[in-house]
Write a protein that binds this ligand. Structure first.
Ligand code: ACM
Length: 266
């Protein structure tokens, strides 16, 4: 299975241009991928200044330009495609990851843990966190700051996810290394598709750290992009490697858990 991330610097509010960039990079550089991951909010940019701005730039999924663009890439490349978008649902607007398969069927995941001002602009998700079948494997989706909450990756692992798709707009420096641990402690592959560049608006600036990467179930980094610029990487993985949850001859990371001791988590 070939998995890919597409790292680039979306321009705030220039949805058509951002979609064209993503489509061009996918068709030119990820043509042999079976699963492609694009950054969080890749079609709108990130630095909203108000909820109404987020609402105005949001779109239904499916049926909006971002969903159509993901579907075009999926069908042209015969790949499953995951990308982050501002999703409108009635009066609500979610920070979501959309997955489209080559046959046009789709899934949506709404970010569970909103970061900083996202809490003012986006609605809080009611879930679910749910692994899905795509690209011949079992896939989980989480979005950016969800990495800070190991429960997300763990629950997807318990549901059988072998490959975790992680659209991101990372601003804190820790996630690329932390995702190696998410990978190791769950024995899963992870694909972090982060954006690069900066959003500058309303006297504010947010810079994003790039460093998109693919990690393996033993925690190794299979490939990592630089901090700046446009980068597409395609990496061959064998998702069956994520089925082996043995740690030692006498330890298995799922079977050795002690949920009866974890009551305070709930
Ligand atoms: C983030 O969750 N976009 C930092």
């Amino acid at each position: 299975m070939n998995v890919a991330f597409i790292q680039f610097a979306p321009r705030f509010g220039e949805v058509r241009r951002n979609l064209d960039t993503a489509e061009r990079l996918a068709l030119e550089k990820a043509a042999d991928a079976d699963l492609i991951v694009l950054p969080e909010l890749f079609s709108t940019g990130y630095l909203f200044l108000s909820r109404s701005e987020a609402f105005d730039l949001s779109e239904p999924f499916p049926g909006g330009p971002t969903g159509d663009s993901l579907a075009r890439i999926a069908s042209r490349l015969d790949a499953a495609v995951v990308g982050g978008m501002a999703e409108r649902a009635g009066e609500k607007v979610y920070n979501s990851a959309a997955l489209v398969r080559p046959d046009g069927s789709f899934e949506i995941y709404r970010k569970s843990h909103l970061f900083l001002d996202e809490k003012d602009y986006f609605d809080r998700s009611d879930g679910p966190i749910r692994a899905v079948d795509a690209a011949g494997s079992r896939i989980g989706m989480m979005i950016c700051f969800d990495w800070y909450f190991p429960e997300v990756c763990r629950v997807l692992t318990v549901q059988g996810a072998r490959v975790i798709c992680h659209p991101a707009n990372l601003v804190l420096p820790h996630a690329p290394e932390a995702m190696r641990t998410r990978s190791l402690e769950n024995r899963v592959f992870t694909i972090t598709a982060n954006r690069s560049g900066a959003d500058r608006r309303g006297g504010r600036e947010l810079s994003f750290i790039g460093m998109s990467q693919v990690t393996a179930p033993d925690g190794t980094v299979l490939t990592r992009a630089p901090e700046e610029g446009e980068h597409v990487a395609v990496v061959e993985i064998d998702p069956r490697a994520a089925e082996d949850k043995r740690i030692t001859a006498k330890n298995n990371l799922l079977e050795d858990r002690r949920p009866e001791l974890y009551g305070d988590l709930l």
